[in-house]
Design a binder for this molecule. Sequence first.
Ligand code: HEM
Length: 207
Amino acid sequence: MLNGGTHTTSATIEWAVTETIRHPRILEKAQQELEAVVGLHRRVEESDLEKLPYLQCIVKETLRRHPPAPLLVPHMSTQACKVGGYDVPKGTTLFVNAYAIGMDPSYWENPLEFLPERFAGTAVDVRGQDFELLPFGSGRRSCPAMTMGLKTAQFAVSSLIHAFDWSAEIPRAVKDLTIDEGFCSLLWPETPLLKAVATPKLSKDAY
Ligand code: HEM
C-alpha cells in the first residue's frame, strides 16, 4: 500500500511539473486559470480542484504520456481465453502494456507530444472505463486509490504552479531539457530533469 501509493503519486507530480515548465505556453495557460479561480491572495484549496479543468487535463495528459506503472502489475488468467486471436491458457501471467496503449497512434494523434488540450471537451477519463487510457488499470484489480492519487497529484501540481513562477536554471535552455525515461517497474525521470528556479508570485500573506 505504501509503496504503491507513494512513488506512483510522486512520479506523476514530478512529470507533470516538468512537462509544464518545459512548455511555457502550458504553464502560462494553467497559471491564468489558477489566477481566475483562486486569485493571488490565497493558496489553492482542495475544493478549487473541480473548477480547474485545464489543470485536470495536464494531470490526465501526464498519466497518458508518462504512466508511472507502465505495465500495471502482473495479472493471471483465471480461465483459458482468446485475446486478439491468441490462445491464453488458464494460469498464464499477463502484462498489460498501458504505456503502449497510451502511445497508440490509432487512438492518439501525435502521441509523443505533451498536449493537455487533447482532453478538453472529451469524456475520455483515466479511471479504467476508457480502454485507450489505463494508467490505473481496469476492473476488480484496478488501483483502489485512484481518486486519492488523482487529487493528491492535482493538488500538489496546482499548488506549485499557482504559488510560483518557474523557469529552468541557466545555462540549460528550456527546450534542451531531457525527458528521458528510466524504468524499474515504475517509470521515472532518468536524470533529475530540472534545476528549476521558483519565484514567489502570490501576495506575501498567502505563504
Ligand atoms: C497517481 C497515482 C497512482 C497511480 C498511477 C496508480 C496506479 C496503479 C496501478 C496501475 C495499479 C495496478 C492495476 C492493475 O494492474 O490492474 C495499482 C494498484 C494498486 N494501487 Fe495504485 N496508483 C496510484 C496511487 C495509489 C495510492 C495513493 C495508493 C494507496 C494509498 C495506491 C494503492 C494501490 C494498491 C493497494 C493497489 C493493488 C490493488 C490490487 O492488487 O487489487 N495507489 N495502482
